[in-house]
Ligand binder design. Structure first.
Ligand SMILES: CC(C)(COP(=O)(O)OP(=O)(O)OC[C@H]1O[C@@H](n2cnc3c(N)ncnc32)[C@H](O)[C@@H]1OP(=O)(O)O)[C@@H](O)C(=O)NCCC(=O)NCCS
Length: 440
């Protein structure tokens, strides 16, 4: 989807809902710098972050300038130029099983000022984003959530998990293969040239990852505020394969007390190949003068324990729902991914907000490609496998992160023909556990 996300008309329902509360729903013009800066400050406050430095604010405004940014304004507030609620959204790809990408709409920066909470502002914004997503032609909307109780009511469900991986350095003895290439320390500025390409290939091979925007790469490499303490603590490495081609990178820091061994922490390890993934993990876990290595937002299914003599050196914690998906167009969403086996499945989808409601038939060929058709409500019942489910359950199983039979055991999916669940479990299976390694 390459178009200007600001070209979509402003959602009249959100405008009307907020106007009933005496509030104005406004689409911001990125050229209006004072408004954009006030919006970015309000968003920072909404997430309880410290007041941003000028350099960080410049970055936030530049990133938001590429998106569709809405603010909600209260003319009677002490500072009416500061929005009482914020949200932004943008069209972007989501990697799906089979190595393709589906057109999606990312939603972020959802905040409502504590002075204006619990009067329906978030609901107006969230429904407005679903309208924007549909108008943009997105098959689904997606977000990451601060709390797991907020977004189910709009049809979102957890679809890809992430976890913290901690490795006990003293028990690290590598038994995996030696990488054919090399890890180099490189300065972040030079890494900036190759990192987007590596990240693009890493995203493509992992269902649940979303396309990276340039600003997040700069943040990963400490280039937003290079003189800040956090950026100065970062070290950056690149893995080049046996032909000298860059295939992976990581940024990490070691935190330590004087004269004590430290803890190596990293948020970004991006690998376009298995060799790169192994080599970067090995580099990180074999550091001397550290007691532990900790990676955040890693896959719940890392190969790391299989690369160490002592798999108990690896602890997986903070396993969380991370990527939330809200299907809007089941035909486009379901036909974008690949499936585990050939056959046909009918889905009857309920959706209180209407977007994804209906009956759909997937017919999967022996290469895993699906043709998806919308059926008439009154069409004869399917003779083959069929399931009844809500839009949240559809989002949860979409990337293969949870089996339909587990949701059936939870009473959330109903099998309407014999053996449909066993078939659907194998159908929706992904070749790689879905995973999202960033916040957005
Ligand atoms: C989460 C937040 C945006 C909600 O804003 P709000 O305007 O108060 O929400 P609304 O009044 O529109 O409430 C809509 C519904 O969500 C519920 N809800 C709102 N916040 C909730 C929360 N934190 N936990 C559980 N339910 C919540 C409301 O009870 C209401 O339920 P209902 O539809 O069943 O009546 C706001 O509390 C906030 O800014 N929090 C801090 C920043 C944050 O966490 N943002 C989320 C980023 S992922």
């Amino acid at each position: 989807m390459s178009f200007d996300p600001r070209s979509i008309p402003v959602d009249p329902s959100a405008t009307a809902a907020l106007a009933r509360n005496g509030l104005e729903y406004r689409l911001l013009d990125p050229a209006d710098q004072p408004a954009m800066r006030a919006w970015a400050e309000a968003e920072t406050r909404g997430f309880h972050h410290p007041r941003p430095r000028e350099i960080d604010l410049d970055h936030d405004v530049a990133v938001a300038g590429e998106r569709r940014v809405h603010g909600v304004y209260d003319r009677t507030a002490a500072h009416p130029e500061v929005p009482v609620a914020t949200v932004d959204g943008w069209p972007t790809g989501l990697s799906v099983p089979g190595g393709r990408s589906v057109d999606a709409w990312a939603v972020s920066a959802v905040t409502v000022s504590p002075t204006h909470r619990r009067r329906g502002i978030a609901r107006a914004l969230m429904e407005g984003e679903l309208a924007n997503a549909r108008n943009a032609g997105a098959a689904l909307a997606m977000l990451t959530a601060t709390e797991a109780t907020i977004y189910g009511r709009y049809g979102y469900a957890p679809a890809a998990r992430a976890a913290t991986i901690t490795v006990d350095r003293r028990r690290t003895h590598w038994i995996g293969p030696d990488a054919p290439g090399r890890v180099h320390f490189v300065d972040p500025t030079s890494l900036r040239e190759v990192a987007p390409g590596i990240a693009r290939r890493a995203v493509a091979r992992t269902p649940g990852e979303i396309d990276r925007w340039p600003g997040i790469i700069d943040r990963a490499l400490g280039l937003v505020n290079p003189d800040g303490d956090r950026a100065r603590a970062l070290r950056t490495v690149r893995y080049d394969d046996e032909h000298g081609q860059p295939q992976g990178f990581a940024s990490f820091r070691v935190t330590r007390e004087p004269d004590e061994p430290g803890v190596l922490e990293f948020d970004f390890l991006s690998a376009a190949t298995d060799d790169a993934e192994r080599a970067l993990w090995r580099f990180l876990v074999e550091q001397d003068f550290v007691t532990a290595v900790r990676g955040r937002l890693r896959s719940v299914d890392e190969p790391l324990p299989w690369l160490l003599e002592d798999p108990r050196a690896v602890t997986i914690s903070d396993v969380g729902d991370h990527l939330w998906v809200r299907v809007l167009d089941p035909v486009d969403a379901l036909s974008a991914r690949r499936y585990g086996l050939p056959g046909s499945l009918e889905l009857r989808v309920a959706d209180p907000l209407g977007h994804a409601r209906g009956r759909f038939r997937l017919t999967v060929d022996d290469r895993g490609r699906a043709e998806v058709e919308r059926l008439d409500e009154g069409a004869a019942a399917a003779s083959g496998p069929s399931l009844q489910l809500g839009v949240q359950e559809l989002g949860a199983v979409y990337l293969g992160g949870v089996r339909p039979s587990v949701l059936s055991r939870a009473g959330r999916i109903v099998e309407t023909a014999p053996r449909s669940l066993a078939f659907a479990d194998r159908l929706f299976e992904a070749e790689r556990t879905p995973h999202l390694s960033i916040w957005f």
